[in-house]
Design a protein around this ligand. Structure first.
Ligand SMILES: [Fe+2]
Length: 326
């Protein structure tokens, strides 16, 4: 589907994700006391957590009736890029949840939020508050930043069209016609779409600085009595290591490391077969547990579509009509 002739902006990277869950304070305790993030700010039922890298926060937890993705935030270079994007989005009939402006939340900055065809909020932000990189000198297993977010989609082709045409992302690889891995910088993927019966969040991956930190992180969780639900292993597409866990709210979190860095001029997109040896090159992971499979399927999430009015009638996708699930 043609959404746009030209992208509305140039994304510099993935900054953060917002997750809604019924009891965010229990999840916050898990992410700060076990997973390796640090709290930077909080109010009544919202928590902003950072990694050791230079983003103000990489995870925002907020209260929601059921698990949901509250939004995903990408960096653009300047406030002017945000304004230019807003004008282009308006011309394309793509709805805005929030007009461009100074954002009064914890990280500050100048941003807008658009709503994608499955109701997800996508924030474009510049000039957020700087924080000092606080990577520890030793080998403590602390995530540095977000590596990627995987999103379940009812229409993988239309999701991919939207994020490539409108947001300028590039497809790095396909996993048959089941998953699409998209990049916006040299990282092999910062977003991946997974074809599914309904729209939901599949998982959020956190980058460990090295494979040693990755293994130490898994060990640290084991010490806390938390076993991997799938992993450790090494994926084919992206070549990154993986180990998946479920948080106290049954949202899936992943430690990863060593994702491929793409040379933009030389990269050839390929379609991977979904075989056990390409799903896990090491053959150490075994099958995912039924718990993590069900958590990855997530809960149907209509997002913010009820809050906005797109200019085009056919803009929003309906999971129910495509899947027969109501
Ligand atoms: Fe992942």
């Amino acid at each position: 589907m043609l959404y746009a002739e030209n992208p509305v902006c140039r994304l510099r990277g993935l900054r953060s994700v917002t997750l809604g869950t019924p009891d965010p304070s229990i999840s916050k305790d898990f992410y700060t006391e076990v997973w390796g993030l640090s709290a930077v700010d909080e109010d009544t039922d919202r928590f902003w957590l950072r990694g050791t890298g230079e983003e103000h926060h990489i995870l925002k937890l907020e209260s929601a009736p059921r698990n949901a993705m509250g939004g995903v935030t990408f960096a653009v270079d300047t406030p002017r890029d945000v304004d230019d994007a807003a004008r282009s989005l308006e011309a394309l009939g793509i709805p805005l949840l929030r007009e461009p402006g100074v954002h009064d939340e914890a990280s500050g900055g100048y941003s807008l939020a658009l709503v994608d065809p499955e109701g997800r909020a996508v924030e474009l932000s510049a000039n957020v508050h700087a924080v000092v990189n606080h990577e520890p000198a030793g080998r403590r297993a602390l995530p540095r930043k977000l590596a990627h977010v995987v999103l379940n989609t009812v229409d993988i082709d239309r999701a991919t069209d939207f994020y490539t045409q409108v947001l300028g992302m590039r497809v790095s690889d396909w996993s048959e016609h089941q998953m699409a891995f998209l990049r916006c910088n040299s990282e092999h993927h910062v977003i991946a779409f997974n074809q599914a019966p309904w729209t939901s969040i599949n998982h959020v991956a956190y980058e460990m600085p090295s494979i040693d930190h990755f293994m130490r992180g898994i060990g640290n969780l084991k010490v806390h009595g938390i076993e991997p639900q799938w992993g450790p292993g090494r994926h084919g597409p992206g070549d990154n290591t993986f180990s998946y866990f479920t948080d106290p709210g049954q949202l899936v979190c992943e430690y990863t490391s060593e994702v491929i860095q793409v040379d933009e001029d030389a990269w050839m997109c390929r379609t991977w077969k979904r075989t056990p040896e390409l799903s896990d090159q090491w053959r150490t992971a075994g099958p995912p547990t039924t718990t993590v499979r069900s958590a990855m399927a997530g809960i149907e999430d209509s997002g913010f579509r009820h809050l906005v009015e797109p200019a085009r009638e056919d803009y929003f996708l309906s999971g129910a009509s495509l899947s027969g699930v109501s």
